[in-house]
Structures are given as C-alpha cells and as structure tokens.
Design a protein around this ligand. Structure first.
Ligand SMILES: *Cc1c(COP(=O)(O)O)cnc(C)c1O
Length: 468
C-alpha cells in the first residue's frame, strides 16, 4: 500500500516511510492511495476471533508488501498481550441497544494505548531495519503524552519529547507523563494551551533542515499508523453486534478527529456503519461545522473533558480531502485560509455529503456531570467525562429518532473514570479507584522540563537533551 499527502505534493511513499515521518513534507497528512475493502465473507471470518487476530488482518492490508500478515500477527499479539481485559476492547450494554466499548484496558487507561503500543513496536522494527535513530516530538492535551511516553520509554534508538499545556492536564495525566523516568524520555510543561503546543510542533516539522538533522518523527494522531489500529475496535464491535448483515452506529467523543476518522475508514473498508456521531464539549468547532459547513476557530475553553479541549482538529484535514474528492490543491488552499483567517467554508452539497454519515452533538460540563450521574444510577456504570459525552450523544440520537431503535449504537469509552476522579466524584460522590497497576501513581517521583511555546526554545531543548 502506498500513501499520499492530503495537500497533493508528497508521495506516493510506502507504509514505513509514512510511519517514520508522520506529517507529510508539504504540511499535509498521509492517507492510503485508495481504500482497501474486505468483502462480507472476509468480515464474517473475523467474527468472534481474538482481538489481535482481527487487528493483524485489518492492519496488514495497509502495510502490504512491508509488514506481512504473519509478521503483523506477532506484532499485534505482542501489542495487546498486556492489556488488562481478555477481550481487549469489551462491549457492555448500558441501555436497550446502546453499548459502551471500553477502550481503557491498556497501560495508561485511555484509548490512546491501543494505537501507541502498536506504534512504538512498529517504529522499533522499522528503525532497527534501517539502522537509524529518531526523535519523536509530540503535543498532547493529556492522554496522548502519557500513552506515548509509556510506549516509547527505554527504546535505544528513539528519544521522545512530549509537550503538554502546563496546568491544563489532570494531575493523574501529568503524573503519568512525568513519572516516566527513562533515558531519552522527556515531558515538557509548556506555558500555553494545547493549540500553542501543537503549533510549535508543526513549526518545527516545517523546518525541513531541523527535521532531517534531528530525524524528527510525529506520533500524535496525524500519524497514519496511529489511526490504523483504531479501525480495529470499530470492526470488533460492529461484528459482535451483527455486522456485516446489520448496520451499526458509533458515538465518538472527539477532539483531534483521529478516533472518529478511524470509524470513517472502517466504513470505507466495507463495514456497515450507518452513522458516526461527532460528540464535542463546549469547544464545539466540529459540531458547528457539521451544522453549518463553516469551520470557525474560537478560543479554547477549559472543560471537564480536557482531552477534547481543542479548536483545531488536525485530522479533520483527512476528511476534508475526502469530501473535496481528494483534490490536494483545494485542501491546501482551504487550510491556508484557515491558518490565516481562522475560518473556511464548504459548499452546501459538500456539507450534505458529510452529514450522510456524520451527526453532530455538543454537551457542556453540567450535562456531562448529569450523564455520569444518570449512567451510574440507571446502569451501575461509572463513566469518565469524555465517555459520558459519547453516551449522552447516543441516548440523544435515540431519543430524537435520528438513529432508529433497531440500529445498535456503540459509544466509545475513551478513558477510565479514575483518570478524571474530581469530575466523577462531583457527579456521584465517589472517587473511582485507579486499577492495580497504577495504584501508587501519585506517589511516584516526577521529572519534567519547563519551556515557553516558542519553537526556537523547544528546538534548543531538543538539541541539548537528545542522545546522539
Ligand atoms: C484523545 C482523547 C479524545 C479525543 O480523541 P481524538 O482522536 O483526538 O478525536 C477523547 N477522549 C479521550 C479520553 C481522549 O484521550
């Protein structure tokens, strides 16, 4: 499988090249040149199979010629071996035909582990084969950073630097990052919000001289290999609920648009996904887009669901590329306009096409607390604030009739409730306990750097700290 850039000026390149570089050299994001499909028989054969086997089957289609099905099977087995639940991504029915897919059974108890644990192994493999080193630079609004530091720590040929907005991640998220004490692993507290962190990362990637000299790689959700493993739980959930014969809908708490875009890919691969609910918190740029066709950036407002406190959803560019019939020039000019003016529009017919699949939903902090309360009282399930937004969106779609009763809705539960204990405690009066492997987390030693969001300052820190 070959990959091209959403901005039309990079590629086609192979899977491992796309993996190692992350962001395309023209500023765009990599996507496969076309969408591979499995036919209904092939999907049926995956029903009820172990998670790692389904993962290997799906992912190997995208690495054809570079990582074989056999190699992918051993990679996937290794990736998911230590997850705390035998099903890896189990489904729990919360109400009639509304299911929660629990994506918090990895080491840092958020769904980012499902991709990051794979990514670190794929990196290892590719760098080893090439006899190369890499410097990973990423920005996080919380969960990506902990998952990345956890997955990449201690690799001999990778240094990892993770920027996070100081004071805007939860104490547990922060400690998960800063308690990774390993050579080559660096958590950097940045004076600024998530978008400032992400802008700095993008600026350093645009500096091609710096990028090549450092062997810079991106592992935030713009990396195609981050998206790929996320297709898998859409497939296991849909198959468990009756696909390929039966249509299924998903409700996805959304920030950077990575997780939900994986749902789009799952549909392109042939799964009968009827609707993807794009659920946001008060930072509702995507909700407004799917309502009006206008992308309009506003200031990021802190909320109870910090991993969704984003106003520039990087992965949206991939959907835009699809909506604009894969016209890289058109994407480039829209993104240029967005970066200069903070807004762009799509035509009504393009919006209509997007709305065939995507349905917007927005929930504020009070509604989030209400949903945590409601799910606890009615189903005995403790949701984290992000997951609560997805569940509320599913209930709402059912109640308003936009998704009929016969179509199962799967709400993705993106984090363990113990990752956001203060909001959960506010809602139900009980602070959920961390799972056993993290029970001493808050007593662990911390180590971090502090930095401004100036790209030059961050570049200097990388130069000083990276191992040669
Ligand atoms: C990352 C994250 C999200 C947002 O996912 P995107 O892929 O960025 O849209 C939502 N909830 C939680 C808990 C997360 O960690």
């Amino acid at each position: 499988m070959k990959y091209i850039s959403t901005r039309g000026k990079d590629g086609p390149i192979g899977f491992e090249d796309a993996l190692l570089s992350g962001l395309a050299r023209d500023g765009g994001l990599y996507l496969p040149v076309d969408w591979p499909r499995l036919d209904d028989d092939e999907w049926r054969q995956l029903k009820g199979r172990p998670y790692a086997e389904v993962a290997a089957r799906i992912m190997s289609v995208f690495t054809d010629g570079e990582i074989t099905l056999e190699e992918m099977t051993s990679l996937a087995r290794d990736t998911y071996a230590d997850f705390a639940h035998p099903d890896v991504a189990p489904l729990v029915e919360i109400e009639d035909n509304i299911h929660v897919c629990e994506l918090f059974h990895g080491p840092t108890i958020a769904f980012k582990d499902y991709a990051m644990q794979f990514l670190s192994r794929a990196f290892d493999r590719a760098l080893e084969a090439r006899g190369k080193r890499a410097v990973i630079l990423g920005a996080t609004s919380g969960d990506t950073g902990s998952a990345a530091l956890e997955a990449f720590q201690g690799r001999d040929f990778v240094d990892i630097f993770i920027l996070f907005p100081e004071g805007r991640v939860s104490p547990i998220q922060q400690r998960q990052m800063t308690s990774v004490i390993a050579d080559g692993a660096h958590a950097i507290a940045v004076d600024g919000d998530f978008d400032a962190c992400q802008d700095a990362v993008k600026a350093l990637f645009r500096d091609l001289e710096f990028r090549d000299r450092m062997g810079l790689s991106a592992i935030n959700s713009i990396n195609w290999a981050r998206l790929m493993p996320q297709i898998v739980y859409y497939a296991t959930s849909a198959l468990a609920l009756g696909a390929p014969e039966r249509e299924v809908a998903f409700s996805v708490p959304t920030g950077n648009f990575g997780n939900i875009f994986a749902g789009y890919v799952a549909r392109k691969m042939g799964l009968p996904i009827k609707t993807l609910i794009c659920a946001s918190n008060r930072n509702d740029i995507l909700t407004r887009f799917f309502t009006s066709g206008r992308m309009e950036r506003r200031r990021v407002e802190p909320s109870f669901s910090p991993s969704m406190d984003i106003q520039i959803s990087s992965n949206f560019e991939r959907l835009l590329f699809e909506l604009l019939d894969r016209d890289g020039e058109a994407v480039r000019s829209q993104m240029q306009k967005f970066s200069e003016t903070g807004e762009f529009d799509v035509s009504p017919d393009i919006l209509d096409r997007a709305r065939v699949l995507f349905q917007p939903f927005r929930l504020d902090d009070a509604g989030t607390v209400d949903e945590i309360k409601h799910s606890y009282a009615s189903a005995g399930i403790t949701l984290d604030p992000h997951s609560a937004i997805g569940v509320a969106a599913a209930r709402n779609a059912r109640a308003e009739g936009s998704i009929e009763a016969s179509v199962p809705i799967v709400a993705l539960a993106c984090a363990h409730p113990a990752k956001f204990p203060s909001v959960v405690e506010k809602a139900i009066g009980i602070a959920p306990a961390l799972p056993p492997h993290l029970s001493d987390l808050m007593e662990r030693e911390e180590r971090m750097h502090h930095c401004t969001s100036q790209p030059e300052a961050i570049a200097a820190l990388l130069e000083a700290e990276r191992r040669q």
